[in-house]
Design a protein around this ligand. Sequence first.
Ligand SMILES: NC(=O)c1ccc[n+]([C@@H]2O[C@H](COP(=O)([O-])OP(=O)(O)OC[C@H]3O[C@@H](n4cnc5c(N)ncnc54)[C@H](OP(=O)(O)O)[C@@H]3O)[C@@H](O)[C@H]2O)c1
Length: 353
Amino acid sequence: MRNELRLGILGATGMVGQQYIKLLADHPWFKVSRIVGKKSAGMSFKDAAEWVGEYDPPASIMDMKVDGANPESQGADLFVSCLPTDGAKELEPLYARLYPTFSDASAYRMEDDVPLIIPEVNAEQGRLIERQKRSRNWMGFLVTGPNCTSIGLNMTLKPLDDEFKIRKVIVSTMQAVSGAGYPGVPSLSIIDNVIPYIKDEEDKVAIESNKILGKFVGGRVEPAGLAVSAMCHRVATIDGHMESVYIETEKPVSVNDASQALRDFTGLPQSLKLPTAPEKPIIVREEPDRPQVRKDKNAGTVPGMSTVVGRIRPGLDNHSLKYTLLSHNTIRGAAGNTILTAELFYKQGWMNL
Ligand SMILES: NC(=O)c1ccc[n+]([C@@H]2O[C@H](COP(=O)([O-])OP(=O)(O)OC[C@H]3O[C@@H](n4cnc5c(N)ncnc54)[C@H](OP(=O)(O)O)[C@@H]3O)[C@@H](O)[C@H]2O)c1
């Protein structure tokens, strides 16, 4: 393993790109060496990005020049991509042909040889790249992260499914404005408002959950066969998606047993002690009024990486349960999850670097 890898960010000036820049500022393995944009190509980062964070960007990035996309001449050891869907569709295969490429975009999430990874939940599906590299004859590979709403949801479904076998999931979401990118939803449409529609989001949550929780057998993912129904709303918070979840299970489920399963949940990132792994992937709160977006979105040892769960209570019978979860959409829901995935691939030796 080399000590330091050069990392390029495709889409560095956007909402997710800015999170990469913050999270990678002091990263022990990955150093940002290239930033790529379209409209901002040729400008310095400080002139190109409408920085929305509370603190200034790291000094090392301020004067870095934004490059246009050019995979052939963009020396970096790996790339992360937070491009919009059309940009991702066109550019990600060109990068993945040459480099390990980790994406937050939806363009290739459902291809059957492309992993869709939450490292604590389905790390084994990372092995899909073996088939991908062979069949596409690529030197690099493409790995994706799920939609920001699917990530928080599936983080909690995994331990409950392992323990009680979930049959049905009904989820209603309250999603922050940063989920729509920059500048996103116009201020006059969202202030003092809730919008009960986010294009394509409800279908993504249902389809992705079945791949994420699917079984990895014979080099393929068999979909989990879960019935998932989502109702997605945009609300006037900045970061942090809240989700109200109702599940039905094959085995009887109690509040105590479910709380314990969520509390005990841990995964490969924790046992490998990866730099971006939170000590607890799921934090359970007992108070009747938690989680709350302002108080809990950055909870845990790695801010923004833990899913916070509360209000765990019985459903209509002893085969059902309801709870509320909160997940930071641009950290665990995008940049943080993808950095953790890249760390996992590097540590497992799957990057060949
Ligand atoms: N926001 C979230 O919470 C979230 C969560 C999970 C996944 N995602 C996904 O992550 C991706 C990025 O989301 P975002 O919210 O960061 O969007 P955003 O704020 O609109 O940023 C998009 C970035 O992509 C760059 N870009 C656009 N077209 C390009 C092209 N053809 N070549 C190179 N760069 C290009 C833009 O730079 P220029 O201005 O220079 O063109 C900008 O830096 C999307 O696919 C989104 O669905 C977002």
